[in-house]
Every structure is written in C-alpha cells, then in structure tokens.
Ligand binder design. Structure first.
Ligand code: AMP
Length: 414
C-alpha cells in the first residue's frame, strides 16, 4: 500500500543497495585520511545562523537564498549547516586547538543542507566528506590536500576526472584586483544579467560563474586574478603547481575559477567530471587564510576541501554488485533451528558471511532464499543431527562434519 508520505522535496532515502556503494566510498576516504594523519571530527547538524553569515559571507548565494534557518524555542536563530568549514573553525577556536602543535589536520563526513532547486546531483540534503588542515600557510599543505582528493577519486575509479586550479591571491591583493574587476563590470553594465549587475559591488567574482551569454562575453574580456598575482602570492601558487607536477598530478590552471563561498584566499581548486552534466563538480576547496580571524580568532592560515558523496556515486554510475554470502545454514527440520543459530554464529566469528532463515520457510523456500542472497554454499542440517554441504555453483552435495566446517570453508581459500 502506498504511503501518503514521501521524502521531502530535494531529499532521498538511501536504500540498502545504495548504502553499500556509499559505505565503500566512506571507507576509502577513511583509509586515505587515516594514512595521512587527518583525524575525524564531527560537529552539530545546526549552528548559530551568524556563524554562516560571517563565515560563508553575506553576499553568497548560500547565505542569501539557500539556508534552512529557524528559530528555536529560546528565540535563537539557528541554521542547518550548509557547509562544514565554518563549523570546524568554530570548533577549533572553541576547544583551543590553536594551542596545539600546528597544523591541526581534521577530516569529516556527514549531511549538509541547502535550499537549492533540486536536480540530478543537486539536493537539499546531501552528504559531503572532506578535510581541513588548519594552522599552516605552507604550499605543501595545499598540495597535500589536493593530492588526497586526487587519490580518493583515483582509488574509487571515478572516470573522466579533471582538476582545475586557480589562485585568488591574498586578501589584500584580492581587494585591489576586485576594484579593477568592478570597473570592468561597470563599464559593460548593459551586457550583464540583472543578477550579476545588482551584485557588481558586493560580489563581482560570481560574474565568472554566470551562464548567460551577455555576461559570459563581458567576462571573456575581464582581467583575471591569476594574471595579476605578484610577490608572495605568485610564489605560493608557483610552489603549489610545482609540488603537483613533482607528484605527477595533472591539472589545468583556470584563471576564471571562483567558488561559491567568500572565505577563500590564494589556492582554489575543483575536480570536475564530464559525465555529470550541469552539476559537474565532484569536489573542491581551497585555502582560507582569513576565516578564523573573521570568526574572532587569531590570524590562522588553513586549507581544505569537500567532496559530494552523491556526486561521486553518480560519476561512478554503478550500483555495487550484490556482495553475496559465504554460506547459508538451512534446516531440514525445525528441530535443528537452535543448532543452525549456533553454527551461523561460529561461521561469522570466523570471519565468514553467513545467514540463517529468519522467515520460517520450508527447505525448498530456504534454498530459494539462499540463491536470492547469493550464497555460495548451503549447509543443510538434517533431522538426525548429520549435515550436508552443497556448493551452489556446481550443485555438488556431500556429507560434512559440522565440527570441520570452518576449516573446510576457509582452508581452500587461504
Ligand atoms: P561546496 O561546499 O559548495 O564547495 O561544495 C563541495 C561539494 O559538495 C561539491 O563539489 C559537490 O560535490 C557537493 N555539493 C554541493 N552542493 C550540493 C548539493 N546541493 N547537492 C549535492 N551535492 C552538493
């Protein structure tokens, strides 16, 4: 019977077969983070609204249009987290992590919320995994961050991935560049989309992201910040590039690259996948040297990224094949159920995957079920206490001593 309730617009249920692929992505990320010393951190699903207004930036789409904001019973304004970096920086300050040996290397995974127009690859609740390296301005940290995401996508086998790399310069350099860009935009106001025109003075960089023809024409002629980089900013960017070159990570410098959050300085990057269509970014991030200060802490340089788990799964375009089971323990007689339960537990404790019938099926039904779950072998416990072992692929069946079963089943494979 159909329920009158459905998952809210822009959200989805993760069903068991999808859960398996998801777990594989998370395990791969967990391994990569652990090997490189990025410790897991978790922050609440909602925060003070002001954290995002100050952290992500008042003029960004996220803050202007996409936040799920509500008032709690005490009249406080709270927001379901639209991203993870500002909350982690809040936590870093709140727990005095700036007093630890720097940098502090953190990783996370969890749900995030943005009130966007839903489409393939864009949801209102989605899941990100990511890392932050807080407390160093070394270009090594930027290169390491990029390499971790590169390695994760490679290990998972995400096809057709390209890395775009840019730099926004330091905060001061960016200010003088922004003046130049605003002057260019004002000079061509008539050709810009209304949205871009209205935000020339608050967020001119977003004009690089616009998809209307008029704005794109104006932006093709616009000055780029990468061309304007000088001094330490230029050196930092050159060093990041040469570290990536040395590591054999290929990338394309994209002078028009911008990101939808205000806090970025210097390095920014984006991994895109051609099979994803309009929402082509699998993951991205960059350096945010001003964010912690912006949140009231000491000046603290940092770099990090987030990748969308749904985007990775879409790019992989596969549902994981059913994993199958090493064994199914069937009972020829209900009197053997207790013995079956003991045996299945022994098999599991020996590291094998095994199931027993929980549905009160007859022997024929149990065989059907064993087949359905992909059991490679079925142990049949007979009413007289003996047992048979059936190989489901060859159909071969022979008597077996249950005491020797584990050895028989693991012995040949080791
Ligand atoms: P951002 O936090 O905007 O830099 O996004 C980082 C990554 O999160 C993107 O590359 C996407 O993979 C993913 N992402 C961002 N917004 C959404 C969304 N609304 N739905 C699904 N994935 C998203």
């Amino acid at each position: 019977m159909a329920s009158k309730f459905q998952a809210p617009r822009g959200t989805f249920d993760v069903l068991p077969e999808q859960g398996r692929s998801r777990a594989r992505v998370q395990h791969a990320a967990g391994r990569i983070f652990a090997r490189a010393g990025y410790e897991p951190i978790a922050t609440p699903a909602f925060e003070d609204t002001d954290l995002f207004v100050r952290g992500v930036g008042r003029s960004t789409d996220i803050v202007r249009k996409e936040m799920f904001t509500f008032e709690d019973k005490g009249g406080r304004s709270l927001t379901l987290r639209p991203e993870g970096t500002a909350p982690i920086c809040r936590s870093y300050l709140e727990h005095g992590m700036h007093k630890l040996a720097q940098p502090v290397k953190l990783s996370y995974v969890g749900p995030f919320f943005r009130h966007e127009r839903p489409q393939a690859g864009r949801y209102r609740q989605f899941h990100q995994l990511g890392m932050e390296c807080i407390g160093t301005e070394s270009p090594l940290a930027d290169a390491e961050a990029i390499m971790l995401l590169h390695d994760l996508l490679a290990e998972l086998g995400v096809p057709g991935v390209e890395l775009r790399l840019g730099s926004l310069g330091s905060f001061a350099a960016r200010q003088s560049y922004l003046e130049e860009l605003k002057a260019h935009l004002h000079a061509h106001e008539g050709d810009l989309s209304r949205d871009v025109r209205e935000r020339i003075d608050v967020n001119p960089l977003r004009a690089f992201d616009a998809d209307d023809e008029g704005t794109r024409g104006v932006m093709a002629e616009a000055p780029t910040i990468v061309a304007a980089l000088e001094g330490e900013d230029a050196e930092h960017f050159a060093e990041v590039r040469s570290l990536l070159d040395a590591a054999g990570v290929s990338y394309e410098v994209d002078p028009t690259l911008v990101r939808g959050l205000d806090y970025y300085t210097r390095t920014i990057f984006s991994f895109v996948c051609d099979s994803l269509g309009a929402q082509s970014e699998v993951g991205g991030g960059g350096r945010y040297d001003g964010l912690i200060e912006q949140l009231g802490g000491p000046a603290t340089p940092a770099v990090g990224w987030a990748a969308g788990i749904e985007r990775i799964l879409l790019a992989l375009g596969e549902e994981e094949a059913v994993a199958g089971r090493d064994a199914f323990v069937a009972v020829a007689d209900p009197g053997q159920r207790q013995r079956a339960m003991v045996l299945v537990t022994e098999l599991r404790n020996a590291g094998l995957s095994a199931e027993v019938d929980l549905g009160g099926r007859g022997l024929k039904g149990q065989f059907k079920h064993a087949d359905r779950i992909g059991a490679r072998r079925v142990v049949i416990l007979e009413a007289d206490g003996t047992a048979q072992l059936r190989d489901m692929e060859s159909g071969e069946q022979r008597p077996v001593e249950t005491a020797n079963l584990i050895e028989e089943m693991t012995g040949g494979e080791k």
